[in-house]
Design a protein around this ligand. Structure first.
Ligand SMILES: CC(C)(COP(=O)(O)OP(=O)(O)OC[C@H]1O[C@@H](n2cnc3c(N)ncnc32)[C@H](O)[C@@H]1OP(=O)(O)O)[C@@H](O)C(=O)NCCC(=O)NCCS
Length: 174
């Protein structure tokens, strides 16, 4: 079963290209209704920072300086966004990004789904999209830092806390 349908095909690398393709969610998610809103994914980096800030505000995240968010996006290996498309309007409803050494490892950051769309499998679909893109770049070691209340969300996708006793360790400036 073809899970994803490519909207605009491209031969460039998915993680690094700047004119990203859009990929549409399968009918399994859209309810198979040709008149319903479409949900699409993109690796486009040219994201409206104010729209992203609104999305992060909606889940109660602390605001971060936009110039730093812009820099983080520019320097991420993969930027994944999820959009609700109605006619020629689109709304940012999900976001995630990953940093990487471009060879072995990637770390996923800033996973967020707008509360209006939570609990409908969208977060899982966004993570599947991110993992598919990372695997297509032959990245085999994917890590992330889970807030305590979402450990089980990541577990449903096969992430393991502390595999073989490995601990995440942190250093902060005093
Ligand atoms: C965490 C988040 C991305 C999940 O997105 P979502 O669209 O609600 O998740 P889904 O509907 O795709 O859920 C997928 C699975 O995870 C489970 N799940 C979702 N949120 C969960 C949570 N907070 N705790 C435990 N399980 C959760 C679902 O029950 C579902 O399980 P199933 O596959 O067995 O049915 C979303 O709630 C969110 O944006 N939260 C605020 C931001 C945040 O905390 N981000 C994570 C930072 S580490």
């Amino acid at each position: 079963m073809g899970f994803w349908k490519t909207w605009f095909s491209t031969s460039e690398s998915a993680a690094t290209n700047r004119t990203a393709p859009f990929e549409e969610m399968s009918a399994e998610f859209t309810g198979n209704n040709p008149n319903s809103d479409r949900i699409v994914f993109s690796t486009e980096r040219d994201i409206d920072l104010y729209e992203l800030e609104e999305l992060c505000d909606a889940v109660g995240w602390s605001r971060r300086p936009l110039r730093k968010v812009k820099k983080a996006i520019e320097h991420s290996f993969l930027v994944a966004s999820m959009w609700q498309v109605r006619g020629n309007q689109r709304r940012l409803i999900g976001f995630a990004r990953a940093t990487s050494d471009h060879a072995f490892n990637a770390t996923i950051w800033d996973v967020v789904v707008h509360p209006d769309f939570q609990g409908k499998g969208m977060g899982k679909a966004l993570m599947k999209y991110v993992l598919k893109k990372l695997r297509s770049e032959e990245i085999s070691n994917v890590t992330l830092f889970a807030d305590p209340h979402v450990v089980d969300f990541y577990r449903t996708m096969g992430f393991m806390p502390d595999p073989e006793g490995i601990k995440g360790m942190f250093w902060y400036p005093h």
